[in-house]
Design a binder for this molecule. Sequence first.
Ligand code: NAD
Length: 349
Amino acid sequence: MDLSAFEELKLELRETPRRWLVTGAAGFIGSNLLETLLRLGQPVLALDNLATGHRHNLDDVRSLVGEDAWARCEFIEGDIRDQEACRDVLSHGVDIVLHQAALGSVPRSIADPVSTHECNVSGFVNMLTAAKDAGIKRFVYASSSSVYGDDPNLPKVEERTGNPLSPYAASKAMNETYAAVFGRTYGIQTIGLRYFNVFGRRQDPEGAYAAVMPKWFASLIRDEEVFINGDGETSRDFCYIDNVVQANLLAGVAKMESDDSRAYNVACGERTTLNELFSLIRDRVAVELPEAATREVVYRDFRPGDVRHSLADTRAIVNDLGYAPSHSVGEGLAETSSWYVEKMKSTMQ
Ligand code: NAD
C-alpha cells in the first residue's frame, strides 16, 4: 500500500529528527503543533508571551505526551515584539521555524490596529530577521484566508487576492510581502499557510474575540444564548486542526529552490454556512447532552470587516506538498464536540 506524503514524512522525522521552533506555542494552533512534534520524537523550542495563549494548554500537551516526550520541549516565555528575544530563541540551534504567534481576530484589529500591527507585522519582521541572521533555511508562517479580502471569486486561488478588509487582513498580507522580499533579498525559504477558519481541541472559547465555533460549543454546553452575526447564510471553509498540523509539517520539510517563497491555502475545500454549522454543532453536542437538541440561535447585526463567503481551492498544496486532509468538517466536529463536552463538564462540576 502506498503511504501518504504525511505518513512518509512522519516515518522520516522519527528516523531523522529536526529541531523546531514553534512560536505562539501556548495558543490553539501552536499547542497542537507542539503536541504532534513531541509525539514524533522531535526536539521543540516553544515561544509565547501568553497574551492570548495559556499555560494550561502547555500543561495539557505535557499530560498527553508524557514526561519523556515533554523533556524534549523547552518553553521560553518571550515576546516577538522584542528583537533580542527573537535572536535569543534562535541562538539555540533551530532547523525549521513554524511561526504562529500573532494577535488573531478581525474585530480586535478594528478596535486596536496598533497592537495588531506591532505583533503581526513588527513582530513578524523581527522573527524573520532573526531567522535569516541565524542562517535558518525554512520559515513557515501562519497567513490567513483574510488576504482574499473583497475578491468576490470562489473558490479562492492563491494568485488572485483582493483588497484587505481589516487591519488584521492587512497584517497578514504584509507578512506575505515581507516573506517574499526576504526570500529575494536574503535567500531564506518561506512558506505562508493561508488558514481558512481552523477549529478543534484547545481553541479558546472565552473572551470578546473568541472564534465562532468554540463560542458556540461553550454556549450550548453551558445552556447560554447562541448568536449568529447576520442572516446565517455567510459561509466558510472550516478546517480541522489536524489538517493544519499536517500542512505545517509538510511545509517544514518540503523541497524548495533557495529564495522561493510561496503561500498556500490550507482548508478542506468544503463550504458550510453558519446556519448549517449551528445545526451540525447542536446535533453533535446533543449526542452527549440531549437537552441541547432543541436550542435555537439568536440573529444579530453583521460584523464589519467580515467576508461574506469563503471557499478554498486546495489544488496547489495538494500537488506541491502532498497535503491530504485527514478530517472532513463533520469528522472534525465529532472529535471537537467530545473534547469540549468532556473539558467543560469537568470544569462545571
Ligand atoms: P491563539 O491566540 O490561540 O494563538 C496565538 C498565540 O500567539 C497565543 O498563544 C499568544 O499568546 C501568542 N502571541 C501573541 N502575540 C505574541 C507576541 N507578541 N509574542 C509572543 N507570542 C505572542 O490563535 P490561533 O488560532 O492559534 O492562531 C495562530 C496563528 O494562526 C495566528 O497567526 C493567527 O493569525 C493564524 N490564523 C488562525 C486562524 C484560525 O482560524 N484560528 C485562521 C487564520 C490564521
